[in-house]
Design a protein around this ligand. Structure first.
Ligand code: NAP
Length: 544
């Protein structure tokens, strides 16, 4: 069906709002749109809801946010009804939680599964978006809200022979739903980011032999997960107001905020005691609750990196393996810190081997396994924990076309350009929830998206009240925001190394330049800014 035939029937779109994605963000967005009384439908590529928590079924998958800060905060009733079983809940529990939310707020009937959006085109004449799905359907809407995930475009290495392997192989994001028999098997894991670390520590004791192919090590720190006791549960449920108030104050939206002291103002003895306490505490405190200059000052960062290096040396029996596991090319916290549970101890097992593919690169995947520059390995299973075409990858995989035939892919060719990570000049009525350069992608995700969803709801309400049909970011406002986003990179050590924060991915053509993907100004400043913009009649946005 063409757009013309779709809209000339009754001159109105199929839906006022189309949301893409039934993950944490899409679920809440759908709830808010329904509450506003709008005609809305949600399209989801998967055969069920959950987004990240639907796909990432690999052993050990869990979040590093305290469970009670990962749940939605918008419903006090929901907060009291749901009881997390662990301080850092695993994937099956989070998926159950999201299904519970869908049920509670009656959202399922507005969701269409197995509906992968492959193209979205703005039609200037009608002012509607035309959405084409992979199965050949066409729908139209006034607003298009993308909740397509920041880590949902999985990338495998670009290696010769990838499809020639005769054993079982998959990316962690596509871990099969039917249980994978690991017992006694010869297994390879490629990649040691947050995902690889969780997989490795979880399967090391189960498989026959495990060979880890590591290109660059990461600085990992203990998660210290534990069950939530009844007593703790009662306390948590009585203190949600305080918990969320605290999260609202920290740059990352977690309960952990930086220690206001500068590293050099604290005596060595007190510093060591502080760091030992951080290392022994649950969650991201070791990264985000550290002295405020540990992530901005090279000297402070080097001292703390050495503290962590010594922890690794103390936990890994073979000194040569320990040294391989200690990053030498970047300081602690300048890439996302994987939180671990006896990860380093996995390398003390006789059945686990570490291969440094920076020194001996993988040359190809063979029928039987993996060939590096100095050896050939045979495997039953190859697990690619090789990460994502982060944040913009999910957009690039949809052919999104705005005004004058411009595609989003071409506009973002050298890196994303957005206004507050929420809109893009030249793409009217497209709201890029959890898009690049917003705060949700660099912070505790649920509070971040709640803010973006609430803001978007207010915007759509405002447009209804003023009888506006179209909203678009202005070029000038977009340029000013991108400039600010770039400046913020200069205030952290993140820009000193390659990671998905800086948009590098060796498995994606052209992703070998710095891309300013996330906003590092912190969630409180971001929230304040977009609230101020809304109060100023959405300054920087043009309405028609
Ligand atoms: P990632 O951090 O990008 O790590 C990918 C790993 O694969 C890196 O070790 C990378 O090496 C390696 N790699 C990629 N291509 C390779 C190749 N061609 N040859 C050899 N090695 C290759 O991806 P991820 O581990 O999936 O994590 C992504 C993000 O997801 C995390 O940072 C986190 O935000 C989120 N996550 C969260 C949790 C949690 O909450 N606990 C768990 C998992 C993931 P290089 O470092 O050399 O590039």
């Amino acid at each position: 069906m063409t757009l013309e035939s779709a809209v000339t029937n009754n001159n109105s779109p199929d839906h006022e709002v189309i949301i893409i994605g039934a993950g944490v963000c899409g679920i809440y967005m759908l709830h808010r749109m329904l509450k506003l009384g709008l005609d809305v439908t949600l399209l989801e590529a998967g055969d069920g809801p959950g987004g990240t928590w639907h796909w990432n079924r690999y052993p050990g998958a869990r979040f590093d946010s305290e469970s009670y800060t990962y749940g939605y905060s918008f419903s006090k009733e929901l907060l009291q009804e749901w009881s997390w079983s662990e301080h850092f809940a695993a994937q099956p529990e989070t998926l159950s939680y999201l299904k519970y939310v869908i049920n509670k707020f009656d959202l399922a009937s507005h969701m269409q599964f197995d509906s992968q959006v492959k193209a979205a085109t703005f039609d200037e004449e009608s002012g509607y978006w035309r959405i084409d799905t992979a199965e050949g359907r066409t729908l139209t809407s006034r607003y298009l809200l993308t909740a397509i995930g920041m880590l949902s475009a999985a990338t495998k290495p670009r290696l010769e022979g990838l499809d020639s392997f005769e054993g079982v192989s998959f990316h962690t994001y596509n871990w099969p739903e039917t249980p994978v028999e690991l017992k006694g098997k010869k297994v390879a894991v490629i990649g040691t980011g947050a995902t690889g670390v969780q997989v490795i520590q979880s399967i090391a004791g189960e498989v026959g032999e495990l060979t880890v192919f590591q290109r660059r090590p990461n600085w990992c720190a203990p998660l210290h997960n534990s069950p939530i006791s009844d007593e703790e549960q009662t306390k948590i449920k009585a203190s949600f107001d305080d918990i969320f108030a605290r999260c609202m104050k920290t740059p990352g939206g977690f309960i952990h905020g930086p220690d206001r002291r500068e590293f050099a103002t604290v005596s060595e003895e007190d510093r060591m005691e502080f760091w030992e306490n951080l290392y022994a505490s649950p969650g991201f405190g070791v990264w985000l609750g550290n002295f405020r200059d540990v992530l901005t000052n090279l000297d402070a960062n080097a001292e703390f990196s050495e503290f962590i290096a010594n922890k690794i040396r103390g936990r890994v029996q073979d000194p040569a393996v320990a040294e391989m596991l200690i990053p030498k090319d970047h300081g602690f916290g300048s890439r996302r810190v994987p939180m671990e549970t006896r990860y380093y101890e996995a390398y003390n097992r006789d059945n686990v081997q570490l291969v440094n593919v920076s020194e001996t690169p993988i040359e190809k995947i063979t029928k039987k396994g993996i060939k590096t520059s100095d050896a050939e390995y045979e495997f039953d299973i190859i697990i690619y924990a090789t990460g994502f075409d982060a944040i913009t990858g999910a957009f690039d995989r949809i052919n999104i076309t705005g005004l004058n035939g411009q595609t989003l892919r071409s506009k973002w060719d050298k890196g994303p350009l957005t206004l507050y990570g929420l809109q893009v000049a030249g793409f009217p009525n497209l709201i890029t929830l959890a898009g690049p350069q917003g705060a949700s992608v660099s912070t505790n995700f649920p509070p971040g998206i709640e803010n973006a969803v609430d803001w978007t709801t207010d915007l759509i309400k405002y447009m209804g009240e003023h009888n506006y049909k179209r909203v678009e970011a202005s070029d000038e406002a977009e340029q000013a925001w991108v400039k600010h986003v770039k400046e913020m990179y200069g205030h952290t050590l993140v820009s000193t190394t390659k990671s998905w924060f800086t948009g590098y991915n060796s498995n994606v053509e052209g992703h070998d330049i710095l891309r300013h993907m996330v906003y590092f100004g912190g969630a409180p400043k971001y929230r304040e800014r977009i609230a101020q913009i809304a109060a100023n009649d959405y300054e920087g946005f043009e309405f028609a």
